[in-house]
Design a protein around this ligand. Structure first.
Ligand SMILES: Cc1cc2nc3c(=O)[nH]c(=O)nc-3n(C[C@H](O)[C@H](O)[C@H](O)COP(=O)(O)O)c2cc1C
Length: 460
């Protein structure tokens, strides 16, 4: 059986310091013992370790039989954790009532576990009163569930304990309404109106605003006033304005317009890359390299990253490894922030968690900015999932306006007022006043003459 590195990593990422049940078989009798010493040793070949007390019967059986399976328990399986740790002395048959199935080596697998790996013993190491068994994975299974059973301080816990914070205390919101929110609007919003909106969000406490994009006016007429808008932006020492640039020409324009911060990206979808920029992803990445270098020379701050990172309307699912690969390349360019965009709003919370948890360790101290669209109503759920995985920077748009002129059916961004309201209700400080943003949204709603998708702009 060929074990895919991807699936193996997914199996191993199912628990932090989770509880497992190590199983094996002697003749026809299943044997199982609770063990939390489970670790991965290498991805290729897929090797795991578990450390077992030499006094245990299961230790002898595994040493004799040469195989074992590790079952990662879910939060709802604490009773099994206790059972297989011998904490229920009255229970003579630990497998009583459990509908196991047999893995390739013959080891019994417990049902509905978060993940399981079936192994041949590959090596053993003497660890004093314990033996470290190294298993080569020959078969495995993963579930989509992600709530491991933990054991700390002699207490069985779920990964989310009510008295321990699982959310950061602050989050940074970047207003992209003037760019992403307005770019697909057919009715031209004059510069004066755009400035009024920008002043409005600043008055509400917004410190970072994406004001425009330097794209050809024929493609996005709404952004044709980029230079004039930048020239007339109100100056505030603590407010950062950023512009979206698609190519070197756009970067030059942003620089000439006096912007110090730029945003750029490449889609993870080949089809979209062709449609959007008339070039391959690879060509796009090479263009980015040159642009990042040029922006650096000009002393600009660069935020760059992967668009359509969570699904594409043309290509469907986007392979996670592709996103990780592009993210690594962007990071190697020396960018200041890494953006991951769900440009079409196709991502789901579980997928966001997986991608973010894989990229965060690679990004190190470089912040990840998540750009979410609410096309299918999963925007705030996706935000929460990312927040719990350690992302603290988010793009939002007043009123939930937005969409991409190049992506069929892409709907608005997550709404600034709804996001800020949810974060503040959960005790996450953004420094932004919901009512202030709501007022801005009502202004543009009146101007555009159609209801906006946000919820809070008529409630705050
Ligand atoms: C949360 C938890 C984790 C444990 N982890 C290990 C472990 O990694 N290695 C080990 O040898 N025993 C570990 N134990 C202890 C065994 O589960 C326990 O000694 C077991 O009852 C012995 O099984 P036996 O009665 O079949 O010999 C753990 C127990 C608990 C409650």
């Amino acid at each position: 059986m060929i074990i895919s590195a991807e699936t193996f990593k997914q199996a191993m990422s199912q628990f932090a310091s989770g509880v497992t049940v190590v199983t094996t078989r002697v003749n026809d009798t299943p044997i199982g013992v609770t063990a939390s010493s489970f670790n991965s040793l290498s991805v290729d070949p897929p090797l795991v370790t578990v450390s077992l007390n030499k006094r245990m019967f299961s230790h002898k059986v595994i040493a004799d039989s040469g195989n074992f399976a590790v079952n990662v328990l879910g939060a709802h399986q604490a009773e099994w954790g206790m059972r297989f740790a011998g904490m229920m002395p009255d229970m003579t048959d630990r497998f009583a009532g459990i509908d196991t199935f047999e893995a390739v080596t013959g080891c019994p697998i417990l049902p509905d576990v978060l993940a399981w790996v079936d192994c041949d013993v590959w090596a053993t190491y003497d660890g004093g009163d314990h033996t470290i068994f190294v298993g080569q994975v020959v078969d495995l299974g993963v579930s989509d569930s992600d709530m491991p059973l933990l054991y700390h301080n002699r207490l069985w816990r779920r990964s989310e304990s009510l008295d321990e914070p699982t959310l950061p205390s602050t989050a940074t919101i970047i207003e992209v309404g003037p760019r992403d929110g307005l770019q697909t609007q057919e009715k031209y919003v004059p510069v004066d109106k755009k400035l009024e909106l920008i002043e409005g969000v600043i008055a509400a406490g917004m410190k970072r605003i994406q004001v425009t994009s330097f794209v050809h006016p024929r493609l996005v007429p709404q952004m044709a006033d980029a230079e004039e808008l930048c020239a007339r932006l109100p100056r505030h020492d603590d407010v950062i304005y950023n512009g979206l640039v698609l190519n070197m020409r756009g970067l030059e324009r942003a620089h000439a317009a006096g912007l110090t911060h730029v945003d750029m990206g490449v889609p993870a979808s080949e089809t979209l890359s062709q449609k959007n920029a008339n070039s391959s992803i690879e060509e796009g990445m090479r263009r980015m390299e040159a642009m990042v270098m040029q922006a650096r020379e000009w002393g600009m701050c660069v935020r760059a990253g992967v668009q359509t990172a969570f699904g594409c309307v043309y290509e469907g699912d986007i392979d996670r490894s592709k996103v990780v690969h592009l993210a690594k390349r962007f990071l190697a360019m020396g960018i200041d922030e890494l953006s991951l965009a769900d440009s079409a709003g196709l991502g789901n919370p579980q997928q966001i968690r997986r991608v973010v948890q894989e990229i965060r360790p690679i990004a190190g101290t470089i912040p990840i900015v998540l750009h979410l669209h609410d096309t299918r109503g999963m925007g705030l759920a996706n935000l929460l999932s990312a927040l719990k995985s350690g992302v603290t920077h988010f793009d939002t748009s007043f009123g939930g306006l937005g969409g991409c002129p190049f992506i069929k059916g892409a709907k608005g961004n997550i709404a600034t007022e709804d996001t800020v309201n949810m974060l503040q209700a959960m005790g996450v400080d953004t420094g932004i006043d919901v009512a202030g943003i709501a007022a801005v949204s009502r202004t543009i709603e009146t101007f555009l003459g159609e209801p906006l998708p946000a919820k809070m702009h008529h409630l705050a």
